[in-house]
Design a protein around this ligand. Sequence first.
Ligand SMILES: NC(=O)c1ccc[n+]([C@@H]2O[C@H](COP(=O)([O-])OP(=O)(O)OC[C@H]3O[C@@H](n4cnc5c(N)ncnc54)[C@H](O)[C@@H]3O)[C@@H](O)[C@H]2O)c1
Ligand SMILES: O=C(O)C(=O)C[C@@H](O)[C@H](O)[C@H](O)COP(=O)(O)O
Ligand SMILES: [Zn+2]
Length: 370
Amino acid sequence: MSTETTLHVGGASPYDVVIGRGLADRLPALLGEGVQRVAFLYAAELEQLAEPVLEVLRPLYDVLALGLPSGEQTKDADVIFQCWEALGEAGFTRSDAVVTFGGGATTDAGGFVAASWLRGVKVVHVPTTLLAMVDAAVGGKTGINTAAGKNLVGAFHEPSGVLVDLDTLLTLPRAELVAGFGEVIKCGFIADPEILALVEADPAAATDPAGNVLPELVQRAIQVKIDVVVDDLKETGGRDGHPGREALNYGHTMAHAIERAEGYTMRHGEAVAIGCVYIAELARLTGHISDELAARHAATFGAVGLPTAYDRASFDDLLAAMRVDKKSRGNTLRFVVLDDIGKPVVLSGPSEEHLRAAYDVMAGVAGQDG
Ligand SMILES: NC(=O)c1ccc[n+]([C@@H]2O[C@H](COP(=O)([O-])OP(=O)(O)OC[C@H]3O[C@@H](n4cnc5c(N)ncnc54)[C@H](O)[C@@H]3O)[C@@H](O)[C@H]2O)c1
Ligand SMILES: O=C(O)C(=O)C[C@@H](O)[C@H](O)[C@H](O)COP(=O)(O)O
Ligand SMILES: [Zn+2]
């Protein structure tokens, strides 16, 4: 993809996702008419990277720039409270807007500030990690963590636009870029086999931030997300056996449990890769998918350098954490599994024996037949 591409997100509050390189000057158009003040909520460590965006914003708006803590530390009630206080002091009104700039933790937290201030003000996301580009910035899920678990407080609040500037990936540490592939490959398994083919054909080319495979993968993964959220924005359910938005949660029940067990020090995309390997094994054990498709999960995530095994927390601890997953209903755990590539379905209330056997494979204490 050498030129700019715009993907449109339909629904009740439609918006555009603009993908290209060096796009800062496109921001005012995404903010639209009538905005006077902009709260620029950015990952403080990215001050230099944010400068071209601030240069576009400052002559046009009264800019309140708030540097937030990096990574998962920003998805914290205290940080949100400090943002509310700053917006209050600045007299921020409903005709003003939030711009977020950073990875998924920043778009989640900044998006939640926008969702909650005055019960909702305009927000445009400028994601700067692969993971935030293909997933967190699109679709309107915002949120923070609590002691009980990941993303337990939040709101659905759709952005007015998303600016995906692929040039920002050039400064992204390799491990963060690879983590983004947790969500990209997830999209391949749940909806778009061409993503899997592109990654498997040449993992080095796929993960080159200056190459021409990654832009296609970004576009394809965003399209998977758009197709799902336009049909089921608030995760109330899909049609014809499709789980709806819950499909995007593939691998996440275990992933969030692992992140919590690790004190949120493991990258989300890495946990998603392990979580997808876990759920593929559970799907194999419950007769949903073949041995080959289960093995393909570990092979494809592993091919880009993502982890595919985890044994640092016990099965009992992870099971307890999985119970607070938003897909749970009462005491019944619900998972998204595949019947095949592109055919996600809900698996409700699997036996503890199967849950434990899949854990044993993930932890490396049993082989695939164990
Ligand atoms: N709302 C959603 O739909 C959704 C979807 C997927 C993930 N998420 C959330 O996203 C979060 C993970 O996001 P992430 O993987 O982007 O991690 P992150 O936001 O924690 O960013 C990772 C690190 O990279 C740094 N960074 C960001 N952009 C950079 C750049 N261009 N150059 C150099 N450094 C840069 C960040 O400051 C941070 O230190 C998790 O909290 C996850 O729950 C939300
Ligand atoms: O957008 C969605 O819906 C997703 O589930 C995408 C996930 O990749 C993302 O990590 C999301 O934040 C998880 O949502 P949660 O509802 O399980 O907190
Ligand atoms: Zn995710």
